[in-house]
Design a protein around this ligand. Structure first.
Ligand SMILES: [Zn+2]
Length: 235
């Protein structure tokens, strides 16, 4: 089968690259070493898991990850150069966390700060630009927590970890608010057709509006309204 034989060198290159079969055994050894170095490195970082990583910690993990991968199978990359990268990254991380615990300013610079999203049933339009935040994702997080309109929310924050924390009103304190259920939120009006309580689509401010009028929001000056909802929260 001379025809097949001409393909053998290509097949060999495809499977082994420029290395020989014995390098596979070396990869086995290199990978086990880098695995152990990674485990020790992450323990030294002081993290138990990866559920809540700040951006800064994520950068460290990405750095460790790329330094760990290469020496596993690149013959020209030695284990010691990767371990040096590890020691450097972990040291810089430890030094930075030391300064973070010492200074509030450094902490905010490196980890970001908690952002107010909802205050007393309205969006904190002063402290964040709603356009920056993926609204669908934000609404979806609120719905998962049993919120169907923002009049049910006393406070909501975007935490440093990227999670949204929600503190609802009690049923007695709850007020009419902007609905976040898709079939209600999509009914946005410029011209009010019937009198009632409406919520500003942009900031959530509620107003008693008369039929056949056009009104701008007194807070944010936007002009789109949705009929406010005063449903109780699902427990
Ligand atoms: Zn408004």
């Amino acid at each position: 089968m001379p025809f097949l034989l001409t393909f053998l060198p290509e097949l060999e290159a495809l499977l082994f690259g420029e290395q020989d079969v014995w390098f596979l055994a070396e990869i086995l050894f290199r990978t086990v070493v880098m695995y152990l170095v990674l485990v020790v490195g992450l323990r030294l970082m002081g993290k138990r898991g990866v559920r809540q990583l700040t951006i800064f910690e994520l950068v460290v993990i990405i750095g460790l990850g790329s330094a760990a991968g290469d020496p596993m199978f690149y013959k020209e990359v030695g284990l010691l150069s990767a371990i040096t990268v590890f020691v450097t990254i972990i040291s810089v991380y430890r030094i930075t966390t030391y300064f973070i615990t010492k200074s509030k300013k450094v902490e905010q610079l490196v980890e970001g700060k908690t952002i107010c999203l909802i205050e007393d049933g309205r969006f904190c339009v002063e402290s964040f630009d709603k356009e920056d935040l993926a609204q669908d994702e934000f609404f979806s997080e609120l719905r998962v927590k049993g919120i169907s309109h923002i009049g049910q929310v006393h406070r909501a924050y975007l935490e440093v970890s990227g999670e949204v924390s929600v503190f609802p009103f009690s049923d007695e304190e709850m007020r009419p608010g902007l609905p976040i259920l898709p079939h209600e939120f999509q009914n946005q009006l410029l011209n009010i057709t019937e009198s009632g309580i409406y919520a500003c689509v942009h900031c959530g401010k509620t107003e008693q509006l008369k039929a056949l009028t056009r009104t701008n929001c007194p807070i944010c000056k936007e002009n789109k309204w949705v009929k406010a909802v005063s449903r109780k929260r699902v427990q």
